[in-house]
Design a protein. Structure first.
Ligand code: PAF
Length: 271
């Protein structure tokens, strides 16, 4: 497995390959990330993973400084599952990045309400990666469903001929969606965190038969009983993220909460 740290070296290295399957990450890899890499490995060509904690997607008051960084361990995991090349640029990789705007119809909803800078930072850094790598395929986890939709929209409107693949959420045995931020939870908080997916799953099961506003109010109440601060609890159209009042096929139930300073998101696509 090749480990490359500068954009120039990556450019030179990639010249010999036509088809690149790209998995962008911020490191601290877990089974969710590894499922993206396994999916990428199924495609013809080489699998490239980037590890870069992107400062452009954090506001000054957010958790950039404490975001878990575990490069040594990450590289071991990637080697084990036959990743071909890992790009770990230095922090200055984000300097001079062309600042782009994510589609406001998608980016001003859900996570974009409390994190207005977030998706612009993501689209800007990804564009920087994509211009350098020109990937044939890119892979995104569906836990970050809104991110997946926004990147898909960005790619559709760009000149890039890159296909995007959304890969299902990987959950811990108690249902908690895998996330690097789970590592910030204390053992007690970790036990409570499992209630998030349990409450969502129960809510999703009732969405076809009960009033959605009622379920929303009840869902928030249940989460607050466990000390979650609810950022949003939304039933929405899974293509537009427009809030809906009545159940429709492929309704997205999307939630973001804060558990004593740790932000957790999750979603269920209800078919
Ligand atoms: O999902 C993430 O880890 C990040 O948002 C991404 C796509 C690597 C961009 O920094």
């Amino acid at each position: 497995m090749q480990i490359i740290r500068s954009a120039k070296d990556l450019e030179t290295f990639l010249q010999q390959f036509e088809e690149i399957n790209f998995v962008p990450t911020m490191g601290n890899l877990h089974a969710g990330h590894l499922s993206l890499v396994s999916e990428a490995n199924r495609y013809h060509g080489i699998t490239l993973v980037s590890i870069f904690v992107n400062p452009l997607q954090f506001a000054p008051n957010e958790d950039l400084d404490i975001y878990p960084r575990t490069e040594k361990q990450d590289l071991k995991e990637l080697e084990k599952i036959n990743c071909d090349v890992v790009f770990c640029p230095k922090p200055d990789f984000a300097k001079g990045v062309k600042k782009l705007h994510a589609n406001p119809d998608l980016s001003k909803k859900l996570c974009g309400i409390s994190r207005p800078h977030f998706f612009h930072g993501i689209v800007s850094i990804l564009n920087h990666f994509f211009q350098l790598i020109n990937p044939k395929n890119v892979f995104f986890g569906l836990k970050d469903y809104q991110q997946y939709l926004i990147v898909k929209d960005f790619l559709t409107k760009s000149n890039l001929k890159t296909n995007i693949h959304g890969v299902p959420i990987v959950r811990e045995s108690d249902g908690l969606a895998m996330s690097s931020r789970n590592n910030l939870l204390t053992p007690d908080q970790r036990l409570i965190a499992a209630k998030l997916s349990a409450i969502l799953r129960d809510t999703a099961q009732e969405a076809k038969i009960k009033n959605l506003e009622y379920l929303r109010v009840e869902g928030i109440k249940k989460l607050e009983e466990f000390n979650f601060k609810v950022d949003y609890f939304s039933f929405c159209n899974s293509r537009t993220l427009e809030e809906i009042d009545e159940f429709e096929a492929n309704t997205l139930l999307a939630v973001a909460v804060n558990l004593e300073g740790v932000r957790l998101i999750d979603n269920f696509l209800i078919q």
